[in-house]
Design a binder for this molecule. Structure first.
Ligand code: ATP
Ligand code: MG
Length: 685
């Protein structure tokens, strides 16, 4: 049942209410974890629509992960009635950027049906460009890719990068950057960072485009503002400079994306750029027990602060934070899995009430095995996601090629999948020919001159392939696009190919089911967001194109943080846990070199690691358990581990140690834990 907005607001504390009602000028809510910042944003959207009569179409709320955007959408949805929420944008920054690009293709000089390159595609292009002059290794490619991403996030265009380069390496990277941008354009493609960069440069340089978007968006709300980078901040600034009607919320102590160009100093810049800025601080935490909050506050006090914040909670002291020292990493994983099993029953909790957080995805591997062993359902975020499966990558490549035949990466991925007897040497000659002609591989297949370069049989095979794709494309244009795509998969018998390549029929079956799921999702995504796309006169194929771009974008974002609403234990990196909360949280691997991470210790960015630990701790509502191992395998060898310095920074009286050398015998406790489980299991069976 929808509650009236007045009663919603009445439940907020006075500072939150003030933040919701401040609608005439720029507003910044600066507050610690769990103080209700996101709640202010969701309530404020409903307030703007219901109380202030603003059309939902004029409101854009942005956040960082798909999961966060979806949660926000749900929360707002429950407050609005009927069609009140129609046309509301609640999305990630990148989706907003994608929508602007789609609406401004002409002004940007792109053709319809552009491709969105994921980081792997971008890497493949960079590899081609860099290998032209000299043989380069994977490290060099990664470095250049990171440099280009940093430039884009800082709004540095190739010309500026070239003129400011002050070392050979930088000059080299800048040259590759220049060629990379040129090639992307020629392929009618954009990369992930372009989703912000292109809208920003367009709005900055094209007054008409700027005025179109200023008319479109009247109010903006930004969650997790501390993690915006230069280009994202510019986007907000460009859109809002005139009206000055926006609300951003953030917490400088939770800035954990410096490595991706985030600028927490954007919080300070905001006050300079918008002198009328109304800064509101929230101090009550509604999420965690007093003990958990005290630990978080004490830890973060070790970092320097721009803004002083105090956070308190009236949730009671709650249980002590347990620190469990284990013999080795396997014992650590075993311990976490078995505890979740027992605690779920003891506390009558759901699986979804538990989250296990760690610094790096590799830490989840052992834990997964243990969870499987106990048959505990779990959801791994950011690991091998749906979209990184081979069959999904194949299907996506077909979709991409259908909407943009110039997408060479997509072409190369599937030209011989299923097998069409098109071998590497044919492809190499084709690529040379295409490069000479300055066109795409797809276009080169259809040129008469190709016959001089390749044997007739090879030319015929390539021709059959392009003809096939064009046929599908025609059917898509002529009617039911989704049906045409389903027919395509059947016609080329992708399923038979899966069976040939799988070690067991059940695996092939599951893979094919994944592909159908993808197509179903595509179909749903076409139905779902008709007004997200600018052209209301969109044809069926336009709709598919938009839906495919959205899928590719989701693919990229989902590798950072994934969704799932079913009842499972959540396994996430601390980075991906931002903004979320769980009754019971396990933080694994509290050891030097893991948290803080070895690289951070080396380059002196321990403060960011401390913020990461702060984010992890503040996800917990009722209980927090930290685990570590005395020995861990690294580089094939068993290494001794040192407890994390962050443990020393927590208030000693908030912690309850278990297994520390100078306390109780760890083996004894472990054995006791196992006994308890054995007992419980026998009870359940
Ligand atoms: P984070 O910094 O981790 O993103 P946040 O500041 O965005 O946290 P929210 O997620 O909005 O905090 O709120 C934390 C919890 O407190 C939520 O469960 C929310 O429903 C609850 N909450 C927020 N405000 C109030 C309030 N005034 N009264 C009761 N509960 C509240
Ligand atoms: Mg939040």
């Amino acid at each position: 049942m929808t509650q009236s907005i007045a009663s919603r607001i009445a439940k907020l504390n006075p500072r939150q209410q003030e933040a919701v009602r401040a609608i005439d000028g720029p507003c910044l809510v600066l507050a610690g974890a769990g103080s209700g910042k996101t709640s202010v944003i969701t309530t404020k959207i409903a307030y703007l629509v219901q109380e202030c009569g603003m059309s939902a179409r004029r409101i854009a709320a942005v956040t960082f992960t798909n999961k966060a955007a979806r949660e926000m959408k749900e929360r707002v949805g429950s407050m609005l009635q009927g069609r009140q929420g129609h046309g509301l944008t609640v999305s990630t920054f990148h989706t907003l950027g994608l929508n602007i690009i789609r609406g401004e293709l002409k002004a940007l000089g792109y053709k319809p049906g552009f491709s969105l390159f994921d980081p792997e595609d971008a890497k493949a292009l960079l590899r081609d460009l860099m290998n032209k002059d000299a043989q380069v290794d994977a490290d060099q490619i990664n470095q250049v890719q990171a440099a280009i991403s940093n430039w884009k996030n800082d709004l540095v265009l190739p010309g500026q990068a070239l003129s400011h380069a002050d070392s050979e390496d930088e000059l080299f990277a800048a040259r590759v950057y220049e060629a990379y941008v040129r090639h992307l354009k020629a392929y009618n493609a954009v990369d992930f960072d372009d989703l912000i960069l292109l809208p920003v440069t367009l709005l900055r340089d094209d007054p008409e485009a700027l005025s179109r978007w200023r008319k479109r968006i009247h109010y903006m709300l930004v969650d997790e503002y501390q993690d915006t980078n230069v280009s994202q901040y510019q986007l907000v600034q460009l859109l809002m400079a005139e009206r000055q009607t926006f609300t951003v919320v953030g917490d400088d102590d939770q800035s954990i994306y410096a490595w991706r160009g985030a600028r927490p100093e954007n919080l300070v810049t905001l006050g300079e750029d918008f002198p009328r800025l109304n800064v509101i601080k929230l101090e009550q935490n509604y999420r965690s027990t007093g003990t958990i909050l005290r630990a978080a506050n004490t830890l973060i006090a070790n970092n320097p602060h721009v803004y002083e914040k105090t956070l308190w909670s009236d949730m009671g002291q709650g249980e002590a934070i347990r620190v469990v020292v284990n013999r080795h990493e396997e014992a650590e994983a075993e311990r976490v899995a078995s505890e979740i099993l027992t605690r779920r029953i003891k506390e009558r909790a759901e699986w979804r009430d538990f989250a296990v957080l760690y610094r790096g995805n590799f830490q989840a591997r052992l834990l997964e095995l243990k969870l499987q062993h106990y048959q505990i359902p779990y959801k791994l975020s950011g690991g091998t996601s749906f979209f990184s499966r081979n069959e999904i990558k194949d299907a996506m490549a077909y979709l991409r090629l259908l909407i943009n035949p110039a997408d060479d990466n997509a072409f190369l991925r599937i030209v011989n999948v299923p097998r069409r007897e098109i071998g590497p040497s044919t492809l190499e000659k084709l690529a040379n020919y295409a490069t000479e002609r300055g066109g795409s591989l797809f276009a080169a297949c259809q040129e008469l001159g190709l016959a001089e370069q390749l044997p007739t049989r090879a030319v015929e095979r390539l021709g059959r392939f392009t003809h096939f794709i064009e046929g599908v494309r025609r059917r898509m244009d002529g009617g039911d696009a989704i049906a045409a795509i389903r027919d395509m998969l059947r016609e080329m018998d992708y399923e038979a190919w899966l069976y040939q390549n799988a070690s067991a029929p059940t695996i092939a079956e599951r893979r094919m089911a994944n592909v159908w799921t993808l197509i179903d999702q595509l179909e749903k995504s076409m139905d779902r967001d008709p007004d997200e796309d600018t052209a209301s006169t969109a044809t069926e194929t336009d709709g598919v194109e938009a839906a495919i771009s959205r899928l590719v974008l989701r693919d990229i974002l989902e590798q950072q943080a994934e969704e799932d609403d079913s009842d499972r234990v959540q396994l996430l990196t601390m980075h991906a846990s931002k903004g979320l909360e769980f009754p019971h949280v396990y933080l694994m691997g509290l050891e030097e070199e893991l948290l803080p991470h070895r690289n951070a210790i080396e380059v002196g960015t321990v403060e960011e690691e401390r913020r990461l630990a702060y984010v992890g701790i503040t996800r917990a509502r009722r209980t927090l358990t930290m685990t570590l191992a005395r020995q861990r395998k690294a580089y094939g060898e068993l290494m001794d581990c040192t407890p994390s310095r962050f443990l020393d920074e927590l208030p000693e009286d908030a912690l309850e140690w278990e297994g520390r050398a100078d306390r109780e015998d760890p083996e004894k406790k472990q054995a006791r834990g196992k006994d308890a489980i054995a007992g419980l299991r026998s009870l359940l069976n």
